[in-house]
Design a protein. Structure first.
Length: 420
């Protein structure tokens, strides 16, 4: 048996399989987060708040962005087998941090979603931990048997590939930050029918809760269940009732979208049922919105008024707050403001402000603040008002084709030169 594990061919193939799997996973993980830099920021902020490290929040954006880029670059290094000793060490160090961290998260559940694959893939905290255990074993194998791998490159080639990967992903993250993610993994993507995404099927499994009762007698508190609590026993005094979620039931993709008006109440159903176009300006927090684009928003509002379209500004800032009143006065914001949950607003569009166009509850188009267009003709006759759903698989293929093409051309040219 030991002779089998010492077989050079077996070791070489095992290392090859392990580093390809690790490389692909790291590339996918880094890619999913790098194209959504604000999503990465929000997730890191969640972690920092959960651990009581709020003082590090100013560093959250640069930290989350560099982490996603580092994952991608490490994945490329694993895939090509670059400087395998140091690549394996970096992978081991990465897993040595992430595996205990995900174990802690799985046990204590400070955040419900680890965010290891961004918005692209959601897995439970325990699934994340066991995934990291498997990948840690693979990383150990790559390190111990690295000499069996026959991927050999010159130092200049390895540095070139790593530098190219880093610069490429920096540019990608910056582009997605200034515009919007090139692939939208969230439930409010273009083409989403929001009422359908909010619906709960009749046969959907509900949440399962366990109810506990705390009663007190003679200065001593005791915990009871529905089956044994002291009903009718006046010697016991009820202190509190605790409901704990035992099993999560079905949750629709969109479960927290509301539009609350201070005078008219909840406008959600009316707006989503409107057969005409409606513009939704998303400003999660008024004090954090980029006011350089205020005139653009005002121009869209005037266009909506002239053409009979709905126009609403969704914000989490208090509708009667002095802050909002000052904003209205300073930037001539005459449109209607409604309240929506802050996390929901950050999920709808990765821009503050951002602009979303809907019709009968269907997301027709989305723009970042920088890309808000100058609307001129009615939307029915405009490209802006037409629903065009992107092919995410095609987008991903084009991205990786553009990324790997220069590397392939480099190796092709190098091989050609060697033959000459």
């Amino acid at each position: 048996m030991l002779q089998f594990f010492n077989n050079e061919t077996f070791r070489r193939r095992t290392v090859l399989v392990c580093r390809i799997i690790l490389g692909c996973v790291f590339i996918f993980s880094g890619f999913a987060k790098a194209i959504d830099p604000l999503g990465g920021l929000y997730k890191v902020e969640d972690y920092l708040v959960a651990f009581g490290w709020d003082f590090l929040i100013p560093l959250a954006f640069i930290g989350s962005t560099l982490l996603s880029i580092a994952e991608f670059v490490l994945g490329v290094a694993l895939l090509f087998g670059l400087r395998l000793k140091w690549t394996a060490i970096c992978t081991l160090l990465f897993m040595a941090v992430m595996t205990p961290l995900t174990l802690y998260i799985a046990i204590y559940n400070p955040v419900t979603d680890c965010g290891c694959f961004g918005e692209a893939l959601k897995i439970s905290n325990w699934e994340t931990f066991w995934k990291n255990v498997v990948f840690s074993v693979m990383a150990v194998i790559v390190y111990l048997w690295r000499d069996s791998d026959n991927s050999k490159y010159s130092l200049s080639t390895e540095i070139g590939i790593v530098a190219y990967s880093f610069i490429f992903m920096c540019f990608t993250s910056y582009y997605c930050l200034e515009n919007l993610p090139i692939i939208d993994f969230r439930p409010y993507k273009i083409g989403t029918n929001m009422p359908e995404a909010m619906a709960v099927p009749e046969d959907a499994k509900p949440d399962v809760y366990e109810t506990k009762f705390i009663y007190e007698k003679d200065g001593q508190q005791k915990e009871f269940t529905l089956e044994n609590y002291p009903k009718g026993d006046t010697t016991w005094k009820h202190v509190e009732t605790i409901s704990e979620l035992v099993e999560k039931g079905y949750e629709p993709p969109i479960h927290d979208f509301t539009m609350d008006d201070i005078d008219m109440g909840d406008l959600t159903e009316d707006v989503l049922a409107d057969p005409n176009y409606s513009f939704l300006v998303v400003c999660s927090k008024i004090d954090k919105t980029d006011t350089a684009f205020s005139q653009k928003v005002n121009d869209v509002y005037q266009f909506a008024q002239n053409n009979g379209y709905g126009f609403y500004c969704l914000t989490n800032t208090g509708l009667e707050s002095e802050e909002l009143e000052n904003f209205k006065t300073k930037y001539n914001a005459e449109y209607k403001f409604v309240n929506t949950d802050e996390i929901t607003l950050k999920t709808i569009v990765r821009s503050n402000p951002g602009l979303v166009l809907i019709k009968e509850g269907v997301v027709i188009n989305k723009w970042s603040a920088k890309n808000i267009p100058a609307f001129e003709e009615p939307l029915d006759a405009s490209e802006h008002g037409k629903l065009v759903v992107a092919n995410d698989w095609l987008t991903a293929f084009i991205f990786f084709f553009i990324f790997f093409l220069p590397i392939g051309l480099f190796f092709g040219a190098k091989k050609f030169m060697c033959k000459k």
